[in-house]
Design a protein around this ligand. Structure first.
Ligand code: CTP
Length: 401
């Protein structure tokens, strides 16, 4: 999303300015072109030279700097950007923006800029919570300016509360999401993704589970978010951090996953069922931890069949495009094709989990896409992010037909 984007970064005089040096560097690494405009106060914290080096362009501070196409011609700089980011945004610049003041280069360029503007307020908690600042922020929001909420925590002035500039990775995620919601090919679509394995309790401390890590489902959720979709991620227990901006519904058992899916299902456009669902559950769950057993006698746990979530959804299908996964250790294509029919799917992602580099708990996968008309597309060994991205390409192509 950031690749090839022209971003004007407006830097004002806050202690969090040090993070913005790193931010500019990371934006460029992602392929964005960045031009920095600083206020005079900001230039007291960090030399414009540093921003010039990091951004690869002269850093503009004053209206009266030496003439070049961007410093005196503030209109040219305002028109150059696809996006304008003000970080850190002090209470002062927010007040100026709200009033439409243009008494230095940054406020002048901001007033002239026709592109979308994002502000990242960062200041002392008292200043942030002050009614004047809050009202100014509301004025900016009403005018369509996007306000990234500050983080809470320890502040440079020794107090603790809201007002910290979020971490660079969070600002980048915000920018990516902002652009995805405006430009992504999946914007406006609601996507339900299930991920990781479900667990069925045996007693208060033990469960029956499987080796699914959640990596494939989390990759699908991340890629759909980056394309602008609204994503609900119903996830079994996983060590992974869910992608930012997903609505996350954590579940443990198959029944809980079924209930969560049924609740979301009526409104969604696309369902991608990457979870490894526990097919069986112990007939009864012991109230207390089961004690050691007699080795001669062994132990038998009677299991019941769990509901098939995907089949249930397939039976109720209306507008939803339904994608299943098939984890197989033999007869891959035959078994996967049967699941397409049995579960009324629009597509299935089949993988032989016994292959090296495929299946559970790896960063890569080797999959085949199967469709109800019998066509098959085989992909080579790819990262799970790449598989997710191609999978979403196919979903978008097939939905159009
Ligand atoms: N699935 C489901 N509910 C279940 C079992 C599976 O929703 N109780 C979904 C999985 O999320 C996956 C697809 O169905 O998208 C196929 O899962 P898989 O484990 O490969 O197959 P099963 O249907 O369980 O059949 P089998 O284990 O007999 O191969």
């Amino acid at each position: 999303m950031l690749n090839g984007k022209k971003i004007v970064v407006g830097v004002t005089g806050g202690i969090a300015i040090y993070k913005v040096v790193d931010l500019v560097s990371k934006l460029r690494k992602q392929g964005a072109e960045v031009r920095v405009v600083m206020t005079e106060h900001a230039a007291k914290f960090v030399s414009p030279l540093l921003f010039a080096e990091i951004s690869g362009h002269k850093c503009a501070v004053s209206m009266w700097d030496g003439r070049d196409e961007f410093t005196v011609e503030h209109i040219a700089l305002a028109n150059w950007g696809d996006l304008f980011l003000v970080a850190p945004a002090t209470a002062n610049i927010l007040a100026k923006m709200a009033c439409g003041l243009a008494d230095d280069l940054l406020s002048t360029v901001l007033l002239a800029a026709p592109c979308p503007i994002i502000v990242c307020p960062a200041m002392n908690t008292g200043m942030y919570e002050n009614a004047a600042t809050q009202e100014n922020l509301n004025v900016l929001r009403r005018r369509g300016i996007s306000v990234m909420e500050p983080a809470s925590g320890e502040l440079a002035c020794g107090t603790s509360g809201a007002g910290r500039l979020p971490e660079v990775t969070e600002i980048i995620a915000y920018l990516e999401r902002f652009l995805a919601k405006r430009e992504g090919d999946m914007r406006g679509l609601k996507v339900l993704v299930t991920a990781a394995g479900t667990r069925e309790p045996i007693d208060p401390v033990r469960f029956v589970g499987n080796r699914s890590s959640g990596k494939m489902g989390y990759s699908v959720a991340r890629q759909a978010l980056l394309r602008g979709a609204d994503v609900t991620l119903v996830t079994g227990p996983s060590a992974l951090t869910p992608p930012p901006y997903a609505k996350v519904i954590p579940v443990e058992t198959t029944k809980q996953m079924l209930d969560a899916c049924l609740k979301e299902y009526p409104d969604v456009d696309i369902v991608i069922k990457a979870a490894a669902v526990a097919d069986f559950k112990p007939r009864s769950v012991a109230d207390q931890k089961i004690k050691k057993i007699n080795p001669e006698e062994g132990m038998t746990i009677a299991m019941d069949q769990n509901p098939d979530i995907l089949k249930t959804l397939g039976g109720m299908k209306k507008q939803q495009f339904l994608v299943g996964f098939a984890a197989e250790t033999q007869n891959l294509l035959e078994n996967a094709a049967n699941k397409v029919k049995k579960k009324n799917l629009d597509m299935i992602v089949a993988n032989d989990v016994s292959l090296k580099g495929a299946g559970f708990n790896t960063d890569t996968n080797i999959v085949k896409f199967l469709y109800p008309d019998g066509t098959v597309e085989a992909l080579e060994l790819l990262s799970k992010d790449m598989v997710a991205s191609i999978l979403l390409d196919r979903v978008m192509e097939k939905r159009k037909k």
